[in-house]
Design a protein around this ligand. Structure first.
Ligand SMILES: [Zn+2]
Ligand SMILES: [Zn+2]
Length: 339
């Protein structure tokens, strides 16, 4: 499935088209993977609608890719034919800049994103530098593993950036693929953290309570207790302002979104310094992921043996999956099945 141009999903419900193209030719550092599952991420909406536009078209989206190695790299011999591997948002980074050397390859100026800067996994085949492919733990099915690669990995990075300590209160604003994986992670890693979930739909709120949230309200509600940190995964600004009000002193709001939409930007004018920022409150963004984030999350998820909740679609139904995501018909994570 390819994206040919930037488009408005409110007017165009079929942004991707199905085409036959040649199998990618892998370079000597690459592995070629036959794809079996690819997660559907909110970032795909940002790419298609032009908030983080692909540098060239057409492009195959998708950055939570699981499949089998069908051509190994000539240089490295990390993987064998038939090995099950995953590809995440980080497709490559330069490896020698100050950020790469410091283990912050997510900040590299040469960072290339799978499914935006190079072709991704809404396809039968994908190529990736071998060093950027991840072994998938056996406990997961292909579809279960897919959302761990982005929603899970970036969720873990967001959680780390909050600086959360056991016994504190954590808020989650928005409760999609990443939010539900963060909640599962917190439940197993921080037994005494109370999680408060802010979500627009009653279905998402019920799902959050079922997974162990102590409270679930609307995205702009006041929480019953002040929160030490909050992770925001919404595309909007109104929940950001509401979240700042719910923060405790020195509380930190971590925004896990590659771009925000402009629709309700005027809400920012409602920021009241004394209510929303005073008392040393902080706002921080999360940029991309490192290979370490992905690898650690896969290990953690396998050790906790938790199963992400997935909703499967056939590859040909990618447009419907994207529209469902846009309209927030969410329970867990959406995954394309590729035969
Ligand atoms: Zn993603
Ligand atoms: Zn670099």
């Amino acid at each position: 499935m390819i994206c040919r141009q930037i488009t408005d999903l409110k007017k165009n419900r079929t942004p991707l088209v199905s085409v036959e193209i040649a199998r990618p030719v892998s370079g000597e550092k690459d592995v070629l993977i036959r794809v079996t599952a690819c997660g559907v991420c909110h970032t795909e909406l940002d790419e298609i609608e032009g908030r983080t536009p692909p540098p060239s078209f057409p492009v195959i989206p998708g950055h939570q890719v699981v499949g089998r190695v069908v051509e190994t790299s000539a240089l490295d011999q990390r993987f064998r034919l038939g090995d099950r591997v995953g590809v995440a948002w980080i497709h490559s980074a330069c490896g020698h800049c100050q950020h790469c050397l410091a283990g912050e390859e997510n900040l590299c100026a040469e960072f290339k994103a799978t499914g935006r800067d190079v072709d991704g996994g809404y396809a039968q085949f994908i190529k990736v530098p071998e060093a950027f492919a991840h072994p998938i733990p056996d406990v997961f099915t292909d579809a279960e593993a897919a959302p761990l690669l982005c929603a899970g990995a970036i969720g873990l990075r967001s959680l780390r950036l909050t600086g959360l300590r056991d016994g504190q209160n954590l808020g989650l604003t928005g409760f999609g693929a990443s939010g539900h994986l963060v909640l599962k992670t917190v439940r197993s890693q921080y037994p005494n953290v109370k999680v408060f979930v802010f979500a627009r739909s009653a279905q998402e709120r019920a799902f959050a309570r079922q997974l162990g949230a102590v409270w679930a309200g609307d995205s702009v509600d006041e929480s019953p207790e002040k929160l030490h940190s909050i992770i925001d995964t919404t595309p909007a600004w109104k929940p950001v302002v509401a979240a700042l009000e719910n923060l405790a002193p020195v509380g930190r709001l971590v925004i896990n979104a590659i771009r925000k939409e402009d629709n309700d930007k005027s809400e920012l004018l409602k920021i009241d310094y004394s209510k929303h920022l005073w008392m040393e409150k902080e706002i921080k963004s999360v940029a991309n992921v490192t290979r370490r984030d992905v690898g650690e999350f896969l290990e953690l998820a396998a050790a906790m043996s938790f199963r992400p909740e997935v909703q499967e679609y056939a590859l040909e139904e990618a447009n419907r999956a994207l529209i469902d995501l846009k309209e927030r018909r969410i329970r867990g994570a959406k995954v394309l099945r590729i035969d």
